[in-house]
Design a protein. Structure first.
Length: 332
């Protein structure tokens, strides 16, 4: 199996590290599409994986041009939302008729309503794919959705450290459990992931989003770790208000959530004093995933003609902060 990682950061690097070191020799031919310091590090010494108990070097063929890597059997897309449109043409260059594009990204993806059914079936989300730029380069038949339930870090370019967890949920945009999803789940399980095949991957995407669509931007705005966000009663109540609005949106599109915001907060609290990915991006001066996590939810609410005043204010504040810091496009 020819496997290419697009976005060899924390999550993409862990895919590369585990598939390259835990599967039998010769089962996968591993490559990565990278640039800058990450490209230089991968070319110089391969990927360095810190498992917590040992450090492993994983050979990876790295290139900045997808044409050098050629057609792939599996392309794992693990970039942040703002970078997706730029890498989509490169992904297209690596497709053959049966290539699987595993989209391991946070938030609502561009294909979310393809095959979902309901009153917004086949809706194209302008917030996450303006002008259908991504859709034009990555045809839907190649896409398999992926929800990531693990954490990793990149202490330096070309280096990845596993922090905690190993869960993945994968599934077809159209629903059901296909043979290709079953086969891919087997490969990923043997690489060390605890992989579940979902018969409705949008449900799993929405449930994860329901929790991190508040924690991520609020931690980025305040600089607070998750425990401090939840320990402040006024901030916690604001999170709850946003989640109630998002829960109503989910029910309308056929993705109901049977938890209360308070129950979800208790799950988050058990994770301790962690920095969300968006807070880490602020500290690192990287573009923020605002549209996939917040803007998309508001756009769906608008399509349904639902009032979302708390969600609106959250989007306005995080977007303005990011623009001021140069971490989001300036208003037109």
């Amino acid at each position: 199996m020819k496997v290419c990682i697009v976005g060899a950061g924390a999550i993409g690097g862990l895919f590369a590290g585990w598939m390259g070191s835990r599967l039998p020799a010769g089962e996968v031919t591993l490559s990565a599409l990278a640039r800058g310091e990450t490209l230089a590090a991968l070319k110089r010494e391969g990927l360095t994986l810190d498992t917590g108990s040992e450090t492993v070097r994983v050979p990876v063929k790295a290139a900045a041009d997808a044409a050098e890597l050629g057609p792939q059997d599996l392309v794992v897309v693990a970039v942040k939302g703002p970078a997706l449109a730029a890498v989509a043409p490169a992904v297209q260059k690596m497709l053959h008729a049966d290539t699987i594009v595993l989209v391991a990204m946070n938030g609502v993806p561009w294909w979310f309503f393809d095959g979902l059914g309901g009153e917004l079936d086949s809706l194209h989300l302008a917030s996450v794919d303006p002008g259908d730029a991504v859709r034009q380069h990555i045809p839907l038949q190649h896409v398999v959705g992926c929800v990531v339930h693990l954490s990793a870090a990149t202490p330096a370019p070309g280096r990845v450290k596993h922090v905690m967890g190993n869960g993945l949920i994968i599934g077809e945009p159209a629903g059901g459990v296909s043979q290709r999803v079953t086969r891919l789940a087997d490969v990923l399980n043997r690489a060390g992931f605890a992989t579940t095949a979902s018969d409705r991957i949008q449900r799993d995407i929405w449930f994860k989003l329901w929790g991190n669509m508040t924690m991520n931007p609020i931690s980025a705005l305040t600089g607070a770790t998750a425990d401090r966000v939840l320990d402040d009663p006024l901030v916690r109540d604001y999170c709850r208000a946003v989640m109630v609005e998002a829960k109503e949106i989910g029910a309308r599109i056929g993705l109901p959530i049977d938890q209360t915001p308070e129950q979800r907060h208790e799950v988050t609290r058990k994770l301790g004093a962690f920095k969300t990915s968006m807070l880490q991006d602020v500290e690192g001066g990287r573009p923020l995933e605002i549209d996939a996590l917040v803007g998309s939810v508001r756009e769906i609410g608008q399509q349904l003609k639902l009032s979302t005043p708390h969600l609106d204010s959250l989007l306005g504040m995080i977007r303005l902060m990011a623009q001021v810091k140069g971490l989001a496009p300036q208003p037109r």
